[in-house]
Write a protein that binds this ligand. Sequence first.
Ligand code: BJW
Length: 247
Amino acid sequence: DPYSTDPDIASLRRRLQAARHVLVLTGAGASAESGVPTFRDAQTGYWAQFSPEEMASEAGFLAHPQRVWDWYQYRRDLIRQVQPNAGHVALAQWQGRNPGRMTLVTQNVDGLHQRAGSAPVLCLHGNLMENRWLLPPKPCCDARFTEGDAPPQCPGCGNYLRPGVVWFGEALPHAELQQAQDAAKACDLMLVIGTSGHVYPAAGLAHIAARGGAHVVVINPEPTVLDSVADQCWRLPSAQILPALLA
Ligand code: BJW
């Protein structure tokens, strides 16, 4: 059964041990068991409440800077209060025991892989805890004088600070994406963990790996659009199954 809630862990463990290079792609589901909401889960995901175009695009930010800034501040507060889960830890420990054999690529901006001890981590969608200028900064740009909870803004030219994440329509960090795509071509095993697979170019990594002949395993309690490129789908929560797989 390629769609399994009772998978053959021993056989995938053997594949892992035999693999020359393993690519791991994680999405919001990898942090769900830490208490971080996903984006697209029907009841609990952010997009059940907010529209993606309004909250995660430059146009949305410019239309409603306070609303978007508040959402990011709320998420920053949340991230400070949660901990990496057993899935993050299992990935970090495997990576630590097998130097150079795993490329860990994440779409998550929450820093939980890094806090679990993973290094290196290729972050395709940036970092929630960082800010950068919306427009290229001029000599006047200084946001220190912004008051209260307002989105930080330069009093001289009006330029805003914005979260250091990748919004829709924006390019992913070039070096990270290139390394991830190279790993997708080179890997013999890919684990696709906790992502709905809707967002490109991240989701394209699974297609590249499959085209290159890698064995692709989706780990997700729900069906996803990437199941069709996978050799096996494990319909299980990642923090529950990764410790057994990667121990
Ligand atoms: C569990 C679990 C448990 C639950 N265990 N699992 C048409 C076709 C193709 C592409 C496009 C198109 N139209 C437009 C595009 C491009 C666009 C895109 O892909 N859009 C599609 C949505 C249609 N992509 C872009 O715009 C990207 N940039 C780009 O293409 O640039 C081109 C360019 C080049 C040069 C110059 C300029 C431009 C950028 C994409 C940026 C995505 N940003 C976001 C927000 C980040 C900031 C923030 O955090 O606020 O990234 S969107 C959001 O989605 C976030 C995520 O990283 C990303 C992926 O979501 P993810 O991680 O998959 O989460 P969910 O919620 O979707 O899924 C969670 C899964 O977990 C579910 O399946 C659950 O079942 C599962 N789960 N519990 C395991 N315990």
